[in-house]
Design a binder for this molecule. Structure first.
Ligand code: DGJ
Length: 708
């Protein structure tokens, strides 16, 4: 019965909006004061129960408290004392809006609520979208200065425009899950009891950031991988952002988030609009594992540009050669890469301008003549002849002071004339918000792709914004929005102009991975840390939100350049096989035995690639002494299990690994042992992980459903 109800309804008499996803329901009600208030987010409800739901009012109403339900976007007026998702200042100094609800529009799976300020020329539209195949709801806000361009120039200052505010129901306790880290240690999953306070997650860096990510989960502290109610949200934005989670003393938790960090402000002039990026959210009663699988399905279905195209096994030369690249050396590596089974060869940093190290040449995107006397074509042609695609590293948003580009256009960088410009990695950031800079970048990249036979761009960004001024511009903070939008736009344009071109997102490793960048890139470089032991934790965090298909993972040399740790080739492979496998070692120093083993393991990966890249991921044993990840074909026909044990300990032999996603009624063949297992045993007791003795032990186990 529930399934036949339309996905989006709005009852004008009750002011009640209902969004239905396959397994959840979201409801809000327009309050008598004109403000849409949160009503419900959780398991599906029938219409009668829904209509009878009490308002989510504060149990501690007084003259010091708001007594109304939490806002869908708090407008900084009235008895609202939490973080306001909308903060505006009018020309006369008035702060905040007081809404009149002026209408709604339901257009298939999209709902728009129109709110006009009762006192000033401001309109907000709160927008919602549901899709038939996912429990993810997308929300965003559009703000318009409704004054006439011919009227008095009364700009409105926007101090905050969040995409959406979310509310969890009253729970006995609250726990916040989020990602923290740094360069070389991205995506560390943190689950903390939420304090009764405002907790701010933010990036002030102009990129999404290694240190925090705009994704979170909220639960009552008891959810597990397999069980428990989880609410989770993720912002589709690749620049600075802020999410403020507010747990109040009487047990309500709301969070509001959007682009930009505190202290920025944007000007709206009459007739102008500002659209906040999508902020997506989901509810599941089935624990963190299910929340991740809903995200993965959504990202594959509605975010990634070409989810059905398998990510190639790539070879990247960075760890092997650093800046020391030339045609002969790269061709040597390309031949070895193709021998072990790579399908894409990526030439990394150092190929252009005067770039022999990180001090010069960045911005000058022409092949370095001493290294590539005939340009890049001979290398690209050889790579293609070897049957691989050709990929090229670029860092279009950045410039060395010592470069032709900076000498020609010193004003193109983010800067404030009265301040010293901080250089990081000897580079400055180009202001992509300037139309001429965006156009230069688009043309330059287009030319590179066109003339060098480039099939793949690795788009890097190796520093954050500092002293981010835009001299002479009337609304300089716009650069924090417009720079990111230009990056997105250029990527979109390149893809449109070069069908087949693929782009890898990178920002000094995983510094810019979010739903916004993944809407125009195929995968993200997860971390510059390629140590397989560290990677287990990094990959665990990455996979909370993003699918394995988007997680680039290389096998590199031992000892590892980041940690100095020595690990067997097989272990390194098994860890990297959990994502989009790549190779990044100096293949010229690998022995014949290592090359042969690598060839065999690449072939094994290609066998399980459809499962890893398109299957359902189950983190059956989260990081600990033993970690295991299970990839299941959506139709249950094939399964792959990757198991890793970095260190061994006497008396702590590996327990069987339970596979709760299998069908207990079915039979599964382990082709390697030619043994048939009962599904019930695999679900309830588990499978022997077949780990060899010693440290850095790993295994890849495959199962095939053979009945009934
Ligand atoms: C940072 C990236 O994460 C690395 O993979 C490499 O491309 C370097 N930049 C090159 O400078």
């Amino acid at each position: 019965m529930l399934a036949t109800l339309p996905p989006v309804t709005f009852d004008s008499d009750l002011g009640l909006a209902v969004l239905r996803t396959p397994n959840s329901l979201y409801a809000l009600r327009v309050a008598p004061d004109g403000s849409p208030r949160h009503l419900y987010w959780g398991a599906p409800l029938d219409t009668v129960t829904l209509a009878a739901l009490p308002e989510a009012v504060s149990p501690a109403a007084s003259s010091f408290e708001a007594d109304a339900a939490p806002d869908e976007l708090a407008p900084q007026t009235g008895a609202r004392f939490g973080p306001a998702g909308l903060q505006v200042r009018f020309a006369d100094g008035t702060r905040g809006a007081q809404w009149r609800f002026t209408g709604h529009r339901v257009d298939g799976d999209e709902l728009r609520l129109r709110l006009d300020d009762r006192h000033g020329p401001l309109r907000a539209e709160l927008c919602y979208r549901v899709r038939a195949d996912t429990d993810v709801i997308e929300r965003w806000t559009e703000l318009t200065h409704t004054g006439s361009p011919d009227g008095p120039p009364e700009p409105i200052t926007v101090d905050r425009l969040d995409s959406a505010s979310w509310t969890a129901p009253p729970l006995s306790d609250y726990r916040l899950g989020h990602l923290v880290g740094g360069w070389n240690s991205e995506f560390q999953l943190q689950r903390d009891r939420l304090p009764v306070a405002e907790t701010v997650l933010t990036s002030r860096r102009g990129i999404t950031g290694h240190h925090a990510g705009p994704w979170l989960t909220v639960d009552d502290g008891t959810a597990t991988e397999e069980q428990g109610e989880v609410w989770s949200t993720a912002l589709a934005w690749s620049g600075s952002w802020r999410v403020t989670v507010h747990r109040d003393p009487v047990g309500r938790t709301t969070w509001t988030g959007g682009f930009g960090h505190e202290g920025l402000s944007w000007t709206l002039r009459a007739g102008q609009s500002l659209r906040a990026p999508a902020y997506a959210g989901l509810y599941t009663p089935h624990g963190f594992g299910a929340a991740s699988r809903v995200w993965h399905h959504y990202i594959r279905g509605h975010v990634l540009p070409e989810p059905e195209r398998d990510r190639p096994v790539l070879y990247n030369s960075w760890e092997a050669t650093g800046f020391d690249v030339d045609e002969a050396g790269q061709i040597r590596l390309a031949r070895l890469a193709s021998r072990v089974g790579a399908e894409l060869f990526v030439l990394d940093d150092g190929w252009f301008g005067t770039r022999r190290d990180d001090r010069s040449g960045l911005g000058d995107w022409t092949p370095r003549p001493e290294a590539f006397p005939g340009g890049l074509r001979p290398l690209a042609d050889e790579v293609h002849r070897l049957g691989m695609d050709f990929g090229l590293w670029v860092e279009p948003e950045m410039v060395n002071r010592d470069s032709e580009l900076h000498r020609a256009h010193p004003d193109w960088v983010l800067h404030s004339p009265r301040l010293d410009a901080t250089e990081l990695r000897n580079q400055l950031v180009l202001n992509f918000a300037r139309p001429e800079v965006e156009e230069w970048a688009r043309r330059t990249l287009d030319h590179l792709v066109r003339t060098h036979g480039v099939d793949w761009l690795k788009w890097d960004a190796n520093r954050a914004f500092t002293e981010a001024g835009w001299p002479g511009h009337p609304d300089p903070d716009r650069l924090w929005i417009d720079h990111t939008r230009a990056v997105h736009r250029i990527m979109d344009q390149l893809r449109a102009d070069h069908p087949g071109l693929r782009i890898e997102a990178c920002a000094g490793g995983g510094g810019r991975v979010d739903l916004g960048i993944l809407a125009r890139t195929d995968q993200a470089w997860t971390s510059d840390n390629t140590d397989p032991v560290d990677r287990i934790g990094i990959q665990h965090g990455f996979g909370q939100l993003f699918p394995a298909q988007a997680m680039a993972a290389w096998v590199t040399d031992s000892p590892n350049t980041t940690t100095g740790r020595r690990t067997p080739l097989r272990f390194r492979f098994h860890v990297a096989m959990a994502g989009a496998l790549g190779l990044g070692g100096d293949l010229t120093s690998w022995s014949e035995e290592e090359l042969a083993e690598a060839t065999e393991l690449v072939a094994r990966y290609k066998e399980i690639r459809p499962l890893v890249q398109r299957g359902h991921q189950h983190r059956v044993t989260p990081p600990g002494p033993v970690t295991a990840v299970h990839y299941a074909a959506p139709d249950d026909s094939e399964h792959a299990l990757l198991v890793w044990r970095p260190t061994t300990r006497f008396g702590h032999g590996p327990d069987p690994v339970r596979l709760p996603a299998l069908d207990p009624e079915a039979l599964y063949l382990d082709p390697e042992l030619n043994r048939v297992h009962s599904g019930a045993v695999l679900v309830r007791k588990g499978i022997d992980p077949r780990l060899p003795d010693g440290d850095y032990a790993s295994s890849l186990i495959r199962l095939r459903r053979v009945g009934p």
